[in-house]
Design a protein around this ligand. Structure first.
Ligand SMILES: *Cc1c(COP(=O)(O)O)cnc(C)c1O
Length: 410
Protein backbone atom coordinates (compact mmCIF):
# COMPACT_ATOMS: atom_id res chain seq x y z
CA UNK A 1 0.00 0.00 0.00
CA UNK A 2 2.57 2.53 1.06
CA UNK A 3 4.53 2.46 -2.22
CA UNK A 4 1.94 4.61 -3.95
CA UNK A 5 2.20 7.32 -1.34
CA UNK A 6 5.21 9.60 -1.02
CA UNK A 7 7.83 8.57 1.53
CA UNK A 8 6.72 11.22 4.03
CA UNK A 9 3.23 9.83 3.87
CA UNK A 10 4.36 6.24 4.20
CA UNK A 11 6.19 7.13 7.44
CA UNK A 12 3.01 8.66 8.77
CA UNK A 13 0.97 5.62 7.66
CA UNK A 14 3.34 3.35 9.58
CA UNK A 15 3.03 5.57 12.65
CA UNK A 16 -0.75 5.60 12.36
CA UNK A 17 -0.91 1.83 11.99
CA UNK A 18 1.29 1.40 15.04
CA UNK A 19 -0.80 3.79 17.15
CA UNK A 20 -4.12 2.38 15.93
CA UNK A 21 -3.30 -1.28 16.48
CA UNK A 22 -1.93 -0.60 19.95
CA UNK A 23 -5.25 0.80 21.24
CA UNK A 24 -8.09 -0.22 18.90
CA UNK A 25 -9.81 -3.59 18.67
CA UNK A 26 -9.32 -5.28 15.31
CA UNK A 27 -12.90 -5.15 14.08
CA UNK A 28 -12.19 -2.45 11.49
CA UNK A 29 -9.39 -2.50 8.97
CA UNK A 30 -6.54 -0.21 9.96
CA UNK A 31 -7.10 3.19 8.32
CA UNK A 32 -4.32 4.62 6.16
CA UNK A 33 -5.39 8.26 6.52
CA UNK A 34 -5.74 10.37 9.66
CA UNK A 35 -8.15 13.23 9.02
CA UNK A 36 -7.88 16.44 11.01
CA UNK A 37 -10.23 18.98 9.42
CA UNK A 38 -13.08 19.35 6.96
CA UNK A 39 -15.01 22.08 5.17
CA UNK A 40 -17.81 21.43 2.71
CA UNK A 41 -16.87 18.34 0.68
CA UNK A 42 -13.16 18.73 1.33
CA UNK A 43 -11.14 17.19 4.17
CA UNK A 44 -7.48 17.47 5.15
CA UNK A 45 -5.18 14.85 6.64
CA UNK A 46 -2.43 15.28 9.20
CA UNK A 47 0.08 15.91 6.38
CA UNK A 48 -1.95 18.86 5.06
CA UNK A 49 -3.07 16.85 2.00
CA UNK A 50 -6.65 17.61 0.90
CA UNK A 51 -9.23 15.14 -0.38
CA UNK A 52 -12.59 15.57 -2.05
CA UNK A 53 -14.96 13.62 0.17
CA UNK A 54 -17.29 11.53 -1.97
CA UNK A 55 -18.30 9.19 0.84
CA UNK A 56 -19.30 11.76 3.51
CA UNK A 57 -18.94 9.53 6.54
CA UNK A 58 -20.88 6.78 4.70
CA UNK A 59 -23.86 8.80 3.50
CA UNK A 60 -24.02 10.68 6.79
CA UNK A 61 -22.73 14.23 6.29
CA UNK A 62 -25.70 15.49 4.30
CA UNK A 63 -24.39 19.06 4.42
CA UNK A 64 -20.71 18.15 4.22
CA UNK A 65 -18.24 19.18 6.91
CA UNK A 66 -18.58 22.13 9.28
CA UNK A 67 -21.73 23.52 7.70
CA UNK A 68 -22.48 26.63 9.80
CA UNK A 69 -26.18 25.79 9.97
CA UNK A 70 -25.41 22.57 11.83
CA UNK A 71 -22.58 23.92 13.95
CA UNK A 72 -24.67 26.98 14.92
CA UNK A 73 -27.82 25.09 15.83
CA UNK A 74 -25.91 22.42 17.77
CA UNK A 75 -23.81 25.03 19.59
CA UNK A 76 -26.86 27.12 20.44
CA UNK A 77 -28.82 24.10 21.66
CA UNK A 78 -25.96 22.64 23.68
CA UNK A 79 -25.38 25.96 25.42
CA UNK A 80 -29.12 26.32 26.11
CA UNK A 81 -30.21 22.82 27.07
CA UNK A 82 -28.31 19.64 26.31
CA UNK A 83 -29.36 16.17 27.39
CA UNK A 84 -32.36 15.66 29.70
CA UNK A 85 -33.55 12.09 28.83
CA UNK A 86 -37.04 11.04 27.84
CA UNK A 87 -38.33 11.72 31.35
CA UNK A 88 -38.86 15.24 29.99
CA UNK A 89 -40.04 16.82 26.75
CA UNK A 90 -37.97 19.26 24.69
CA UNK A 91 -38.98 21.38 21.73
CA UNK A 92 -36.36 20.21 19.22
CA UNK A 93 -37.49 16.58 19.62
CA UNK A 94 -41.16 17.49 19.25
CA UNK A 95 -40.46 19.70 16.25
CA UNK A 96 -38.33 17.08 14.57
CA UNK A 97 -40.99 14.39 15.02
CA UNK A 98 -43.57 16.69 13.44
CA UNK A 99 -41.22 17.52 10.54
CA UNK A 100 -40.47 13.84 9.86
CA UNK A 101 -44.17 13.02 9.80
CA UNK A 102 -44.79 15.95 7.45
CA UNK A 103 -42.19 14.81 4.91
CA UNK A 104 -43.58 11.26 4.85
CA UNK A 105 -46.91 12.76 3.81
CA UNK A 106 -48.70 10.29 6.12
CA UNK A 107 -51.92 11.04 7.97
CA UNK A 108 -52.24 12.05 11.61
CA UNK A 109 -51.96 8.45 12.80
CA UNK A 110 -48.19 8.73 12.19
CA UNK A 111 -45.83 8.56 15.17
CA UNK A 112 -42.05 8.69 15.70
CA UNK A 113 -39.59 6.84 17.96
CA UNK A 114 -36.08 8.27 18.33
CA UNK A 115 -32.85 6.38 18.95
CA UNK A 116 -29.19 6.92 18.05
CA UNK A 117 -28.21 4.78 15.09
CA UNK A 118 -29.44 2.72 12.20
CA UNK A 119 -29.09 -0.58 14.02
CA UNK A 120 -31.14 0.76 16.90
CA UNK A 121 -33.85 1.98 14.55
CA UNK A 122 -34.07 -1.51 13.06
CA UNK A 123 -34.04 -3.10 16.53
CA UNK A 124 -37.04 -0.95 17.40
CA UNK A 125 -38.79 -1.91 14.18
CA UNK A 126 -38.03 -5.60 14.90
CA UNK A 127 -39.59 -5.28 18.36
CA UNK A 128 -42.60 -3.51 16.84
CA UNK A 129 -43.01 -6.43 14.46
CA UNK A 130 -42.96 -8.87 17.41
CA UNK A 131 -45.73 -6.87 19.07
CA UNK A 132 -48.06 -7.75 16.20
CA UNK A 133 -48.22 -11.18 17.87
CA UNK A 134 -46.40 -12.80 14.95
CA UNK A 135 -42.70 -13.69 14.95
CA UNK A 136 -41.71 -14.54 11.36
CA UNK A 137 -39.65 -11.95 9.46
CA UNK A 138 -38.81 -11.91 5.75
CA UNK A 139 -35.73 -10.00 4.58
CA UNK A 140 -33.60 -9.83 1.44
CA UNK A 141 -30.28 -11.57 0.92
CA UNK A 142 -27.27 -9.22 0.93
CA UNK A 143 -29.33 -6.68 2.83
CA UNK A 144 -27.77 -4.66 5.61
CA UNK A 145 -29.66 -3.56 8.69
CA UNK A 146 -26.95 -3.17 11.34
CA UNK A 147 -24.70 -5.10 13.70
CA UNK A 148 -26.57 -5.49 16.99
CA UNK A 149 -27.94 -9.02 17.54
CA UNK A 150 -31.46 -8.20 16.38
CA UNK A 151 -30.43 -6.07 13.42
CA UNK A 152 -27.80 -8.70 12.56
CA UNK A 153 -30.45 -11.41 12.56
CA UNK A 154 -32.15 -9.39 9.81
CA UNK A 155 -28.88 -8.86 7.89
CA UNK A 156 -28.67 -11.83 5.57
CA UNK A 157 -24.92 -12.01 5.02
CA UNK A 158 -23.31 -15.26 6.21
CA UNK A 159 -19.89 -13.73 6.90
CA UNK A 160 -21.40 -11.18 9.28
CA UNK A 161 -23.92 -13.55 10.90
CA UNK A 162 -22.23 -16.93 11.25
CA UNK A 163 -19.80 -16.12 14.12
CA UNK A 164 -22.74 -14.92 16.23
CA UNK A 165 -25.27 -17.71 15.90
CA UNK A 166 -27.71 -18.41 17.42
CA UNK A 167 -29.37 -15.15 16.41
CA UNK A 168 -32.93 -14.09 17.18
CA UNK A 169 -35.26 -16.02 14.84
CA UNK A 170 -37.40 -16.69 12.75
CA UNK A 171 -36.01 -14.94 9.72
CA UNK A 172 -36.36 -16.04 6.09
CA UNK A 173 -34.05 -14.41 3.54
CA UNK A 174 -35.03 -14.27 -0.13
CA UNK A 175 -33.12 -13.01 -3.19
CA UNK A 176 -33.49 -9.21 -3.46
CA UNK A 177 -35.73 -8.18 -6.32
CA UNK A 178 -37.31 -11.61 -6.81
CA UNK A 179 -41.04 -11.04 -6.46
CA UNK A 180 -42.01 -14.72 -6.72
CA UNK A 181 -39.54 -15.69 -3.97
CA UNK A 182 -40.95 -12.99 -1.71
CA UNK A 183 -44.49 -14.15 -2.38
CA UNK A 184 -43.53 -17.74 -1.57
CA UNK A 185 -41.78 -16.81 1.70
CA UNK A 186 -44.48 -14.63 3.22
CA UNK A 187 -47.25 -16.48 5.07
CA UNK A 188 -50.17 -15.65 7.34
CA UNK A 189 -47.63 -15.99 10.19
CA UNK A 190 -45.28 -13.33 8.84
CA UNK A 191 -44.98 -10.29 11.10
CA UNK A 192 -43.10 -8.08 8.65
CA UNK A 193 -41.21 -7.80 5.40
CA UNK A 194 -38.07 -5.67 5.85
CA UNK A 195 -36.29 -4.30 2.77
CA UNK A 196 -33.92 -1.55 1.74
CA UNK A 197 -35.37 0.38 -1.22
CA UNK A 198 -31.77 0.61 -2.47
CA UNK A 199 -29.37 -1.94 -1.03
CA UNK A 200 -26.50 0.22 0.16
CA UNK A 201 -23.79 -1.91 1.77
CA UNK A 202 -24.89 -4.65 -0.64
CA UNK A 203 -23.40 -2.63 -3.52
CA UNK A 204 -25.86 0.23 -4.26
CA UNK A 205 -28.54 -1.90 -5.90
CA UNK A 206 -31.92 -0.18 -6.40
CA UNK A 207 -34.97 -2.40 -6.11
CA UNK A 208 -36.18 -3.37 -9.59
CA UNK A 209 -39.22 -1.46 -10.88
CA UNK A 210 -42.40 -2.84 -9.38
CA UNK A 211 -40.69 -4.84 -6.62
CA UNK A 212 -41.62 -2.56 -3.73
CA UNK A 213 -45.19 -2.31 -5.00
CA UNK A 214 -45.31 -6.11 -5.10
CA UNK A 215 -43.94 -6.24 -1.55
CA UNK A 216 -46.72 -3.86 -0.50
CA UNK A 217 -49.34 -6.07 -2.06
CA UNK A 218 -47.87 -9.27 -0.59
CA UNK A 219 -47.73 -7.67 2.87
CA UNK A 220 -51.36 -6.58 2.59
CA UNK A 221 -52.53 -10.04 1.53
CA UNK A 222 -50.84 -11.73 4.48
CA UNK A 223 -51.41 -9.08 7.13
CA UNK A 224 -47.66 -8.48 7.46
CA UNK A 225 -46.11 -5.05 7.94
CA UNK A 226 -43.95 -3.56 5.22
CA UNK A 227 -40.90 -2.00 6.87
CA UNK A 228 -38.48 -0.11 4.64
CA UNK A 229 -34.97 0.52 5.92
CA UNK A 230 -34.22 4.05 4.71
CA UNK A 231 -31.21 4.46 7.00
CA UNK A 232 -28.94 5.05 4.00
CA UNK A 233 -31.42 5.95 1.25
CA UNK A 234 -33.56 8.42 3.22
CA UNK A 235 -33.34 12.15 3.97
CA UNK A 236 -32.98 13.36 0.42
CA UNK A 237 -30.19 11.08 -0.70
CA UNK A 238 -31.94 9.68 -3.76
CA UNK A 239 -33.57 12.96 -4.81
CA UNK A 240 -36.80 12.53 -2.88
CA UNK A 241 -37.14 12.79 0.90
CA UNK A 242 -37.32 9.00 1.04
CA UNK A 243 -36.37 6.48 -1.62
CA UNK A 244 -39.80 4.85 -1.41
CA UNK A 245 -41.23 8.12 -2.79
CA UNK A 246 -38.96 7.89 -5.84
CA UNK A 247 -40.86 7.38 -9.09
CA UNK A 248 -38.49 4.67 -10.30
CA UNK A 249 -38.88 2.56 -7.13
CA UNK A 250 -42.58 2.83 -6.54
CA UNK A 251 -43.75 5.05 -5.23
CA UNK A 252 -45.13 2.90 -2.41
CA UNK A 253 -46.43 3.57 1.09
CA UNK A 254 -44.71 1.36 3.70
CA UNK A 255 -46.08 0.94 7.23
CA UNK A 256 -42.77 1.75 8.87
CA UNK A 257 -39.49 3.40 7.87
CA UNK A 258 -36.22 3.40 9.76
CA UNK A 259 -33.82 6.34 9.54
CA UNK A 260 -30.34 7.34 10.76
CA UNK A 261 -27.18 8.23 8.78
CA UNK A 262 -28.04 11.48 6.93
CA UNK A 263 -30.69 12.54 9.42
CA UNK A 264 -28.32 14.19 11.88
CA UNK A 265 -25.81 15.43 9.31
CA UNK A 266 -23.00 13.88 11.39
CA UNK A 267 -24.55 14.00 14.85
CA UNK A 268 -25.76 10.53 15.89
CA UNK A 269 -29.53 10.08 15.70
CA UNK A 270 -31.89 7.38 14.48
CA UNK A 271 -35.65 7.31 14.08
CA UNK A 272 -38.56 5.03 13.32
CA UNK A 273 -41.60 6.56 11.67
CA UNK A 274 -44.80 4.51 11.42
CA UNK A 275 -48.43 5.12 10.62
CA UNK A 276 -51.71 3.27 10.89
CA UNK A 277 -51.76 0.22 13.18
CA UNK A 278 -47.94 0.08 13.18
CA UNK A 279 -47.75 3.47 14.89
CA UNK A 280 -49.57 2.10 17.95
CA UNK A 281 -47.49 -1.07 18.49
CA UNK A 282 -44.96 0.33 20.96
CA UNK A 283 -46.94 0.77 24.16
CA UNK A 284 -45.90 2.29 27.47
CA UNK A 285 -42.69 0.75 28.78
CA UNK A 286 -42.15 -1.47 25.72
CA UNK A 287 -38.98 0.18 24.44
CA UNK A 288 -36.69 3.10 25.08
CA UNK A 289 -33.33 4.82 24.68
CA UNK A 290 -31.65 7.16 27.15
CA UNK A 291 -30.13 9.40 24.49
CA UNK A 292 -32.86 8.96 21.88
CA UNK A 293 -34.22 12.21 20.49
CA UNK A 294 -32.06 14.39 22.71
CA UNK A 295 -32.32 18.10 21.87
CA UNK A 296 -28.77 18.44 20.53
CA UNK A 297 -29.16 15.66 17.96
CA UNK A 298 -32.68 16.80 17.14
CA UNK A 299 -31.51 20.37 16.51
CA UNK A 300 -28.84 19.06 14.12
CA UNK A 301 -31.49 17.07 12.26
CA UNK A 302 -33.77 20.11 12.04
CA UNK A 303 -30.89 22.08 10.53
CA UNK A 304 -30.38 19.32 7.93
CA UNK A 305 -34.07 19.21 6.97
CA UNK A 306 -34.27 23.00 6.76
CA UNK A 307 -31.19 23.18 4.54
CA UNK A 308 -32.46 20.47 2.18
CA UNK A 309 -35.62 22.53 1.79
CA UNK A 310 -34.09 25.97 1.49
CA UNK A 311 -31.22 24.97 -0.81
CA UNK A 312 -33.32 22.81 -3.15
CA UNK A 313 -31.11 19.79 -2.42
CA UNK A 314 -33.68 17.19 -3.50
CA UNK A 315 -33.58 18.47 -7.09
CA UNK A 316 -29.83 18.89 -6.90
CA UNK A 317 -29.28 15.19 -6.05
CA UNK A 318 -30.60 14.13 -9.45
CA UNK A 319 -28.64 16.83 -11.25
CA UNK A 320 -25.37 15.82 -9.60
CA UNK A 321 -26.07 12.14 -10.31
CA UNK A 322 -26.45 12.95 -13.99
CA UNK A 323 -23.08 14.73 -14.03
CA UNK A 324 -21.29 11.73 -12.54
CA UNK A 325 -23.19 9.26 -14.74
CA UNK A 326 -22.30 11.20 -17.89
CA UNK A 327 -18.78 12.42 -17.17
CA UNK A 328 -17.18 9.72 -15.04
CA UNK A 329 -17.23 6.80 -17.53
CA UNK A 330 -16.12 9.14 -20.36
CA UNK A 331 -13.12 10.38 -18.40
CA UNK A 332 -12.03 7.12 -16.77
CA UNK A 333 -9.71 5.63 -19.43
CA UNK A 334 -12.10 2.69 -19.57
CA UNK A 335 -11.84 1.92 -15.85
CA UNK A 336 -15.49 2.86 -15.14
CA UNK A 337 -18.18 1.20 -17.24
CA UNK A 338 -21.14 3.10 -15.85
CA UNK A 339 -22.63 4.67 -12.76
CA UNK A 340 -25.59 3.00 -11.06
CA UNK A 341 -27.83 4.04 -8.19
CA UNK A 342 -30.21 6.90 -7.57
CA UNK A 343 -29.45 10.52 -6.82
CA UNK A 344 -26.42 10.77 -4.57
CA UNK A 345 -26.36 7.10 -3.64
CA UNK A 346 -24.18 5.91 -6.51
CA UNK A 347 -21.68 3.22 -7.46
CA UNK A 348 -19.11 3.36 -10.22
CA UNK A 349 -19.20 -0.02 -11.95
CA UNK A 350 -15.64 -1.04 -12.81
CA UNK A 351 -14.54 -2.83 -15.96
CA UNK A 352 -11.74 -5.08 -14.79
CA UNK A 353 -9.66 -3.27 -12.20
CA UNK A 354 -10.41 -4.52 -8.65
CA UNK A 355 -12.19 -1.93 -6.52
CA UNK A 356 -9.51 -2.03 -3.82
CA UNK A 357 -6.94 -0.97 -6.43
CA UNK A 358 -9.15 1.84 -7.69
CA UNK A 359 -9.89 2.97 -4.13
CA UNK A 360 -6.17 3.23 -3.41
CA UNK A 361 -5.51 5.16 -6.64
CA UNK A 362 -8.36 7.51 -5.77
CA UNK A 363 -6.89 8.18 -2.33
CA UNK A 364 -3.55 8.91 -3.92
CA UNK A 365 -5.23 11.34 -6.33
CA UNK A 366 -7.11 12.97 -3.45
CA UNK A 367 -10.60 11.40 -3.55
CA UNK A 368 -12.32 9.55 -0.71
CA UNK A 369 -14.85 6.91 -1.79
CA UNK A 370 -15.59 3.32 -0.77
CA UNK A 371 -14.83 -0.05 -2.37
CA UNK A 372 -18.32 -1.35 -1.58
CA UNK A 373 -17.91 -4.58 -3.57
CA UNK A 374 -15.04 -6.14 -5.57
CA UNK A 375 -16.22 -4.46 -8.78
CA UNK A 376 -17.81 -1.20 -7.61
CA UNK A 377 -16.89 2.04 -5.88
CA UNK A 378 -19.62 3.63 -3.76
CA UNK A 379 -20.05 7.39 -3.79
CA UNK A 380 -22.47 9.08 -1.40
CA UNK A 381 -21.26 12.68 -1.25
CA UNK A 382 -22.80 15.53 0.70
CA UNK A 383 -26.11 16.63 -0.81
CA UNK A 384 -24.69 20.15 -1.08
CA UNK A 385 -21.45 19.22 -2.86
CA UNK A 386 -20.62 22.29 -4.95
CA UNK A 387 -20.03 22.48 -8.69
CA UNK A 388 -16.38 23.34 -8.05
CA UNK A 389 -15.98 20.33 -5.74
CA UNK A 390 -17.57 18.08 -8.38
CA UNK A 391 -15.20 19.48 -11.03
CA UNK A 392 -12.30 18.74 -8.72
CA UNK A 393 -13.60 15.23 -7.94
CA UNK A 394 -13.97 14.38 -11.64
CA UNK A 395 -10.50 15.78 -12.45
CA UNK A 396 -9.01 13.63 -9.70
CA UNK A 397 -10.95 10.54 -10.76
CA UNK A 398 -9.52 11.08 -14.26
CA UNK A 399 -5.98 11.35 -12.87
CA UNK A 400 -6.43 8.21 -10.78
CA UNK A 401 -7.78 6.21 -13.71
CA UNK A 402 -5.10 7.26 -16.14
CA UNK A 403 -2.44 6.44 -13.52
CA UNK A 404 -4.00 2.97 -13.21
CA UNK A 405 -4.04 2.44 -16.97
CA UNK A 406 -0.40 3.57 -17.20
CA UNK A 407 0.53 1.09 -14.46
CA UNK A 408 1.79 3.87 -12.22
CA UNK A 409 0.27 2.34 -9.12
CA UNK A 410 -1.00 -0.88 -7.60
C1 LIG B 1 -25.65 1.86 7.92
C2 LIG B 1 -26.93 1.13 7.84
C3 LIG B 1 -27.51 0.56 8.97
C4 LIG B 1 -26.84 0.55 10.31
O1 LIG B 1 -26.65 1.83 10.82
P1 LIG B 1 -25.66 2.04 12.07
O2 LIG B 1 -25.87 3.49 12.40
O3 LIG B 1 -24.28 1.71 11.61
O4 LIG B 1 -26.11 1.15 13.15
C5 LIG B 1 -28.75 -0.03 8.83
N1 LIG B 1 -29.37 -0.08 7.64
C6 LIG B 1 -28.83 0.46 6.53
C7 LIG B 1 -29.59 0.39 5.24
C8 LIG B 1 -27.59 1.07 6.59
O5 LIG B 1 -27.05 1.57 5.48
Amino acid sequence: MSQIFSSGQSTSIDALREQWTSVMMSNYGTPSIRLVRGSGSRVWDDQGVDYIDLIAGIAVNALGHADPRITDSVTRQLSTLGHVSNLFATDPGLQLAARLIAITGWDDSARVFFCNSGAEANEAAFKMARLTGRTHMVVAQSGFHGRTMGALALTSQPAKQDPFRPLPGEVTAVPFGDEAALRAAVTQETAAILLEPVQGEGGVIPAPAGYLAAAREIADQSGALLILDEVQSGIGRTGTWFAHQHASLGPVVPDVITLAKGLGGGIPIGAVVAHGRAAALLGAGSHGSTFGGNPVSASAALAVLNAIDSDGLLERASFVHERFARELPARSSGVVRSVRGLGLLMAAELNDVPSATVDLALKQAGVLANAVSPDAIRMAPALNISDAEIDDALDRWEIACSALQNGESA
